[in-house]
Design a protein around this ligand. Structure first.
Ligand code: COA
Length: 330
């Protein structure tokens, strides 16, 4: 019998420095009212002197504790902000968590990274290549934002969220009920750091090319379309209707995007988990951070039907679904 992957633990980490809209409006031509009304974001956390792996280790440790586990067979870190271009961040995280010499690798799918990471973990479990996998979404976007660009600086935050997945039989609580993943590389320029890769290694004297750039309007449109289509495909796979979804936990890019996707799906707006007000857009960390918030707030309880959907640079997208198990968010 093919094993499925089930959620067994959930952990998070946030840097200590809280950055309010008010603080940003002191150096950028923006204001709290614009940021809140256009994005739903009220604050975010930015790390000072903390690397992505530091947040990943903390979230990973918490997820292992939540799962009551001190060993896994594999570590996957989803990130757009690795500690180094080379090597990957995951082996360092695995080593610092005392997980021995397990396979460890990074997933680069920008804001869809956590869902891609979950799918990789589930595939390894289904292929009997692993029985327990730690999947971490961790980001320090504060290190790649152009401090003078009001269209990106107000949106992104740092943080990490992690999940332990275990092999289980069909129907187990927390079992992932399938995945829908996709990409469209013809839209790669919508979200891009132009320099620093093999295409353009150095910035030729203009530092602008080394920063994260985003074309907000088209990204907004594609995010709504792709997340809606992908979540619909997942509902069909899971055999659920939109009306039976207890919580829609989408990538926390913009509250208006999430409301539009929920509308398109037919999920009621009070079933949408909103977390970007607290942490901004934390890219690959956003879905596990939002899940943990929903558990901590007492909204998400065992037995609830949860629909996940993300969209990110690449462009990439992905969705999954599960019935919430009895796991603490630490
Ligand atoms: N404060 C004040 N004004 C701002 C601003 C800010 N922080 N950022 C942009 N503006 C201005 C623009 O300059 C523009 O002014 P203009 O009309 O004089 O030219 C105006 O606000 C509208 O800009 P626009 O970019 O059209 O705003 P928008 O309503 O599309 O909102 C985003 C911008 C970025 C919030 C929105 O496009 C968005 O959320 N996109 C998707 C982002 C996303 O999902 N990213 C992650 C995907 S993984």
């Amino acid at each position: 019998m093919t094993a499925i992957a089930a959620l067994a633990g959930l952990g998070t980490a946030l840097p200590s420095r809280r950055v309010t809209n008010e603080e940003l409006s002191r150096t950028l031509d923006t204001d709290d009212q614009w940021i809140r009304s256009r994005t739903g974001i009220a604050q975010r956390f930015w790390s000072a002197g903390v690397a992505t792996s530091d947040l990943a280790v903390e979230a990973g440790r918490n997820a292992l504790r939540s799962a009551g586990s001190d060993a896994v067979d594999m570590v996957i870190v989803a990130t757009t902000t690795p500690d180094h271009a080379c090597p990957a961040t995951a082996p360092d995280v695995a080593s610092r968590l005392g997980l021995g010499t397990v396979p460890a690798f990074d997933v680069a799918a920008v804001c869809s990274g956590f869902v891609y990471g979950l799918a990789c973990a589930a595939a390894h479990i289904a292929a009997d290549l692993a029985a327990r996998v730690l999947v971490i979404g961790a980001e320090t976007y504060s290190t790649i934002l152009d401090p003078g660009d009001r269209s990106t600086s107000v949106i992104f935050g740092d943080g990490a969220g992690a999940a332990v997945l275990r092999a289980a039989g069909p129907g187990a609580p927390g079992g992932f009920l399938g995945f829908d993943l996709g990409s469209d590389g013809s839209l790669k320029d919508l979200i891009i750091i132009p320099d620093g890769g093999s295409r353009q290694r150095t910035s030729k004297g203009d530092p602008a090319g080394s920063y994260f750039t985003m074309q907000g309007k088209p990204v907004f449109r594609h995010a709504v379309d792709r997340m809606t289509e992908s979540a619909e495909a997942l509902l069909e796979k899971a055999g659920w209707t939109a009306g039976t979804v207890d919580w829609f936990v989408g990538h926390q890019a913009n509250a208006r995007i999430l409301r539009a996707v929920a509308d398109g799906l037919g999920v009621k707006s009070d079933r949408v988990i909103i977390d970007m007000d607290r942490v901004g857009n934390t890219s690959a960390a956003s879905i596990p951070l939002a899940l943990a918030r929903a558990v901590t707030d007492g909204n998400l309880v065992p037995g609830d039907r949860v629909l996940l959907s993300a969209f990110g640079g690449g462009v990439t997208w992905g969705s999954s679904a599960l019935v919430w198990p009895d796991v603490p968010a630490l």
